[in-house]
Design a protein around this ligand. Structure first.
Ligand code: EAX
Length: 345
C-alpha cells in the first residue's frame, strides 16, 4: 500500500515538474513579448532584436550597429536595438516567419527568401535585370521598390528600406567559369529561390538550395562544388579559404530589405516609429558606403588570398539565361519586368 501511494506521489510530482518546466519556457517567451508589448506604450525601455546571417565584420552588421546607435539617440535612450549576426536567431526564412509570429522584432535579409512569402519580389531576383549598382539603388529606393515593400504588409511585415547585399559572382573548386557551359554538372549552392535555381539549371549546373548558415561547411566538405555571393560576403565569410576560382559574373543583384514585425511596429508611438524610419534610411546610406569602399579593393585582396579571378564576357551569360524570363512569366508580370527595365538609365 505504502509503495502504491509513494509511486502516485512521484508521478504527480513528475507531472507537475513537466508542466511548470515547459510552461516556464513559454512563460519566458511571453514575458519577453509582454515586456515589449507593455513597453511599446509604457515608459520603460523598449528592446528591439534584429537578426541577420552574415559575419560580424560584414556591412550588414556594421550598418545595423549604426541603426542601433541612431535609434537610441533619436529616442533619447528609450529604444535599445540588439544586433545578432551569423544566424544566431535562425536562417533568413525562420527570421521572416518570426516577424509574422511576433516572436522577433526585426531582420535584415536578401530578397531571395522572400519569394516564399510574396512572389512580387521575384522580379528583383531575375538574372541581369539591373544594369549596375546606381540603377539598382535608384529602382529599389523609388516607387517600384516601395510597391514591393508594401506587398509585405498583408504578410504581417513592414519593409523600412533596402540595405544592400550586392551583385553576386560565382566561386567554385573545379575550374574558372569563362562561359555558361563551364557550369555544366557543377553542384552550385543557391539561395532558396526558384528564379535563382532556374537560372543555374538553364546553364547546365546542378542548383542546390541551402540556408546561408550551412554553406561554409558544405564547401569545406566538398558536398557542393561552388556558390554565388557578392565579394564582401566571400571576404567576410572567408569563402576564399574553401574556394579556388572566383568568376566575376555579376549575374544577380541582391537588395537587402530591412524588415520589422507589423504587429510590433503598430504598438509603437508615432514618435518612435518616425525615429526608426529615419534611422533606417541613414543607416542604409552608411551600409552602402561601406560596401562601396570594400568592393573597390576586394578583387586585389581576394587574389592576394589565393583566389584565381577571371572576368567572363557577361553577354554570353545574359544570352544563356533568357529562357528564365519566359519561364516565370506566370509569376512575374511582363509589365513589372518592363517597369524595372524602363526605370533604368
Ligand atoms: O542575405 O544566402 C545568401 O547567399 C545571402 O547572400 C545571405 O543570406 C545574405
Amino acid at each position: 500500500m505504502y509503495k502504491k501511494v509513494l509511486s502516485i506521489i512521484l508521478i504527480l510530482v513528475f507531472a507537475l515538474t513537466l508542466v511548470t518546466g515547459c510552461g516556464g519556457k513559454q512563460q519566458v517567451n511571453s514575458n519577453q513579448n509582454a515586456q515589449n508589448n507593455q513597453n511599446s506604450g509604457g515608459n520603460d525601455q523598449i528592446t528591439i532584436r534584429v537578426g541577420h546571417v552574415l559575419a560580424p565584420t560584414h556591412p550588414y552588421q556594421l550598418g545595423l550597429e549604426k541603426f542601433a546607435e541612431l535609434v537610441n539617440q533619436k529616442t533619447n535612450g528609450k529604444v535599445k536595438v540588439e544586433v545578432f549576426h551569423s544566424s544566431q536567431l535562425g536562417n533568413e526564412r525562420d527570421m521572416v516567419e518570426g516577424l509574422q509570429l511576433g516572436t522577433l522584432e526585426m531582420t535584415l535579409v536578401s530578397t531571395a527568401p522572400l519569394s516564399s512569402f510574396t512572389k512580387k519580389f521575384l522580379v528583383f531576383d531575375l538574372p541581369f535585370i539591373f544594369k549596375d549598382t546606381v540603377n539598382a539603388r535608384s529602382v529599389v529606393d523609388g516607387p517600384i521598390g516601395a510597391e514591393l515593400l508594401d506587398s509585405l504588409k498583408d504578410q504581417g511585415i513592414i519593409g523600412l528600406t533596402y540595405f544592400e547585399n550586392g551583385f553576386r559572382h560565382v566561386t567554385n573548386n573545379k575550374r574558372p567559369i569563362e562561359k555558361p557551359e563551364d557550369l555544366k554538372g557543377l553542384k552550385i549552392r543557391t539561395m532558396e529561390n526558384p528564379v535563382h535555381m532556374a537560372t543555374f539549371k538553364v546553364m547546365g549546373a546542378d542548383p542546390t538550395p541551402m540556408a546561408f548558415g550551412e554553406l561554409f561547411t558544405a564547401l569545406q566538405q566538398g558536398t557542393i562544388d561552388g556558390q554565388e555571393n557578392p565579394l564582401p560576403i566571400i571576404e567576410t565569410s572567408k569563402f576564399y579559404e574553401v574556394q579556388k576560382y572566383l568568376s566575376l559574373t555579376g549575374h544577380f543583384y541582391a537588395p537587402a530589405p530591412l524588415l520589422i514585425s507589423k504587429s510590433f511596429y503598430e504598438k509603437l508611438s508615432p514618435e518612435i516609429q518616425n525615429a526608426i524610419k529615419e534611422s533606417a534610411i541613414e543607416a542604409r546610406d552608411y551600409e552602402r558606403k561601406l560596401l562601396d569602399d570594400m568592393n573597390a579593393k576586394l578583387e586585389d585582396e581576394l587574389a592576394k588570398k589565393g583566389m584565381q579571378i577571371n572576368k567572363p564576357d557577361k553577354e554570353l551569360f545574359i544570352k544563356a539565361v533568357q529562357p528564365v524570363y519566359k519561364q516565370f512569366e506566370g509569376d512575374i508580370s511582363p509589365e513589372l519586368i518592363q517597369k524595372v527595365m524602363g526605370a533604368q538609365k
